[in-house]
Design a protein around this ligand. Structure first.
Ligand SMILES: [Fe+2]
Length: 375
């Protein structure tokens, strides 16, 4: 015997996060990519200010993004929660106060392109320090998996456990930290606050791109299970295509360009393209989807990736395997397409796009291929 309305059955295939988020009273935006700077937001009854949840096609099962705006001179409501949250500031200036379990308060001032973490279950409050300008940030968190695991809202938002080990040192809230060398593409900077992602000095990661301009560092923030990294690639260059699990929320920080996304067997240049500039957010969907980033700006491009599960705290062995092989050729069992193996139309498209922006492509010389004549 079947229930004709089984898809509406409240006892079958429950997603506690999606049920909860519907009650938040702010827009839930479902999109492949969004412009966080112009995305419409509406008043949040619970948090104050304005907000929207951003559900990217490629967000995966474990992470979500809350886009918040604090009107000039205002503060959001204080809160604490049993999920890890990383905050990327898009516009405006303000301050955040974090209260540790010992009652000690840590305050720091942020501006555009700051990145910081909310230590697990610590009381915190965000303030807009400007009397003239709104402030906007994106908070990427692992709320979906936490709410789905416990499916109890008060356990997650009114939990009394003190995570003293997650608060970090006071100097971590002031932008200081520890560099922990691992290997290129996996080096870590441990802190709670990065004042400006645009000026943070990055070590080289030559396996991922040509011309000595591919750079990267990972941020371990508040010893979180949320992972963050920033990557840079230079003028006139593009990175190699690679693939990994869904859930990597990618924000353009500097420069502009585009990314191509495709599944194995699909057309790399004709399947999906995302044009990006500061404020753009997107996530390569599961599959996993190959994705390749192209810089068409006359400055280096930097992008920030915020992801559930990372280099310090791994969650799945399958994700770990993909992660460890994301800069190894598919021909060697890895998940990266080397330049010599890519579709030649990728370079052709790139040279045309560079010409449109008055930028000289360095790629033909860097990968030792004949340049494309652009008319
Ligand atoms: Fe990637």
């Amino acid at each position: 015997m079947a229930d004709e309305n089984w898809q509406e059955n409240p006892f079958y295939q429950v997603n506690s996060y999606l049920e909860w988020v519907k009650g938040e009273g702010v827009p839930i935006v479902e999109a492949y990519a969004v412009d966080c700077l112009t995305q419409a937001v509406e008043p949040s009854p619970r948090l104050g200010g304005l907000g929207a949840y951003i559900h990217l096609v490629g967000r995966g099962d474990f992470a979500t993004c809350y886009l918040a705006e604090i009107p000039r001179g205002e503060s959001l409501e204080p809160e604490k929660h049993l999920y890890d949250e990383l905050v990327f500031v898009l516009a405006g200036r303000g301050a955040t106060t974090v209260e540790g379990p010992d009652g000690r308060r840590h305050s720091f001032e942020w501006g555009p392109n700051s990145l910081f973490a909310i230590p697990l279950n610590a009381w915190h409050q965000h303030h807009n320090g400007s009397g003239t300008e709104a402030a906007r940030f994106a908070a990427v968190s692992n709320l979906p998996i936490v709410l789905n695991l416990f499916h109890n809202v008060s356990f997650v938002f009114e939990n009394g456990h003190a995570f003293a080990d997650r608060v970090g040192e006071e100097r971590y809230f002031q932008g200081q930290g520890e560099f922990r060398a691992v290997k290129p593409g996996r080096h870590q900077w441990e802190t709670n606050f990065v004042p400006d992602l645009t000026s943070f000095e990055l070590p080289e990661w030559k396996e991922r791109g040509a011309g000595g301009s591919s750079r990267n560092v990972q941020f371990t923030l508040a010893d979180s299970t949320m992972h963050a990294h920033i990557s840079e690639f230079g003028v006139g260059t593009y990175k190699k295509a690679h693939r990994h699990d869904a859930g990597a929320h990618i924000f353009c920080v500097t420069g502009h360009g585009y990314s191509l996304l495709w599944l194995d067997g699909e057309d790399p240049v004709g399947t999906k393209r995302v044009d990006w500039k500061p404020g753009t957010l997107y996530a390569p969907p599961d599959g996993p989807t190959f994705h390749q980033h192209f810089n068409t700006a006359n400055v280096s491009s930097r992008y920030l990736a915020l992801i559930f599960g990372g280099a310090r705290h791994f969650i799945s062995s399958a994700g770990k395997k993909l992660y460890e092989t994301m800069d190894k050729s598919v021909k060697e069992g890895g998940n990266q397409i080397e330049y010599e193996d890519e579709d030649p139309r990728i370079l052709e498209l790139y040279e045309r796009e560079c010409a449109k922006h008055g930028v000289r492509s360095r790629m033909a010389e860097l990968i030792d291929r004949a340049p494309v004549t652009v008319s």
